[in-house]
Ligand binder design. Structure first.
Ligand SMILES: [Zn+2]
Length: 77
């Protein structure tokens, strides 16, 4: 009876392929400029059940570390 909903995480989602709710696995799909895109996969059949975008906290704008210009001409081949 003691149900606790401490953290809001989708631990189970309905999987149409399995025909029932299944535990899901979270997988980092790709990293966006302002967050990360996760995909929920059925832990049983690995069907994609949904996506979730986790927005990263705003960071102070830092200059992108530019690669130093390559010196040409010094090494002659
Ligand atoms: Zn499934």
């Amino acid at each position: 009876m003691a149900q606790q909903f401490g953290t809001f995480t989708a631990s189970e989602l309905y999987c149409p392929r399995c025909g029932r709710a299944q535990p899901v696995r979270e997988r980092l799909l790709l990293i966006l400029p302002d967050g990360e895109l996760y995909e929920f996969l059925c832990a049983r059949c690995a069907t994609s059940l949904g996506k979730r975008t986790v927005t990263a906290p705003p960071r102070p704008l830092a200059p992108v570390a530019a690669r130093p210009p390559q010196r040409r001409g010094l090494i002659g081949r």
